[in-house]
Design a protein around this ligand. Structure first.
Ligand code: TXA
Ligand code: MG
Length: 327
């Protein structure tokens, strides 16, 4: 607690991924978050609350109908993996929202994070606790690997339940006819939001503010396989990120295999996704290939992360896949 009160930053577990948290109302703490991650100041941070009752500390929801809508969403999804973009209170430091007049807010369900919030008595700004653009951490050990040199404390709350970042939703339309725009797919799915209004899903790999196409990236090259999976390059040591065990007859072609969900369950696959990707990245393979997952429910979030993670490999912003091994 002294670290946070003194404007320091701490690695904390949430139900989605681990966050790197600092007092949202202390600009020094917020600046330290950006610095530790190597994150551009133009990319805003999510503010975390322990309960919806704290909303007015960071957001200005003045119209009665808008309030009613937010209360409905809060009752349905909070605490939980839904982040709402709402009008920002002017006294929340601009650094948190990168100058935007909207703040991204969520109420985390992780008991450890909630306890820290209550004891500190202030909302915490927290991005995922990885270096900018890299694989998100789903265990305390992952945070240690990503940021261990930069931060002095990581609280270990076990492995994250969802393993995928919260669904980021902007409220558009009118409170009478709400339109939810999903800026980042996540554990709260389009279908779950449909009962409260229209849902618009942002184009794949768009350059929405802070939503960069190349993200969540391993250091190794990553390539997404077509459904026939007949494209394993010869000569290279290849790691397979598999959705299920259906590929088993070909397993000798791979130097390493990670199976996301033996029971073919997208929630299980999401929970295992970043950990499996990180293990392959740390293994001795030259290249990672990933099986696609069905694009429904949480599969939409998984494919969003996979496409972003492979973006650098395809577009030369990270590692380049040479012609000889592009199938
Ligand atoms: O599950 C999660 O949301 C995790 C845990 C730690 O809470 N947090 C997380 O934060 O994923 P981060 O910073 O890695 O991703 C937040 C995304 C970024 O794409 C950021 O640009 C966007 O949300 N965002 C945050 N505040 C915003 C704002 N005011 N306007 C538009 N986009 C915003
Ligand atoms: Mg992140």
């Amino acid at each position: 607690m002294e670290i946070l009160r003194g404007g320091g930053v701490v690695g904390l577990p949430t139900e989605t991924v681990y966050g790197l948290a600092g007092d949202a109302f202390n600009p020094m703490a917020v600046a330290r978050i950006f610095e530790a991650k190597g994150r551009p100041l133009s990319d805003p941070l999510i503010v975390h609350l322990p309960e919806a009752g704290w909303l007015d500390r960071v957001a200005l929801v003045t119209s009665g109908n808008q309030r009613k809508l937010v209360e409905q969403l809060a009752a349905a999804f909070w605490p939980g993996p839904l982040t709402l973009l709402l009008p920002k209170r002017p006294d929340l430091p601009d650094l948190v929202t990168a100058g935007s007049d909207r703040v991204a807010v969520r109420v985390t369900s992780h008991p450890l994070f909630q306890e820290v919030l209550h004891r500190l008595g202030s909302p915490l700004a927290a991005p995922s606790a990885n270096r900018f653009g890299r694989i998100s951490p789903t265990s305390a050990r992952d945070v240690q690997i990503e940021l261990g040199e930069k931060i002095s404390l990581i609280l270990d709350g076990g492995t994250c339940l969802h393993g995928m970042e919260s669904t980021l939703v902007s409220l558009e339309g009118t409170p009478e006819k709400p339109v939810f725009s999903i800026l980042r797919p996540g554990p709260i799915t389009k279908d779950q939001l449909l009962q409260f209004g229209h849902v618009h899903v942002a184009e794949r790999i768009v350059n929405a503010p802070g939503s960069l196409p190349g993200h969540y990236a391993p250091k190794k090259r990553l390539h997404i396989l077509d459904s026939d999976m007949n494209q394993v390059p010869h000569g290279a040591k290849v790691g397979l990120l598999a959705f299920t065990t259906a590929f088993q007859e070909k397993h000798q072609e791979y130097a390493a295999i990670e199976v996301l969900s033996p029971s073919i369950d997208l929630r299980e696959a999401a929970a295992n996704f970043y950990g499996a990707l990180r293990r392959l990245d740390l293994s001795n393979v030259d290249l990672i290939v990933a099986q696609s997952v069905p694009e429904e429910g949480l599969g939409i979030a998984i494919m969003d992360r996979l496409r972003r993670a492979s973006y650098g490999s395809l577009h030369g912003t990270g590692h380049q896949i040479s012609e000889s091994i592009i199938p």
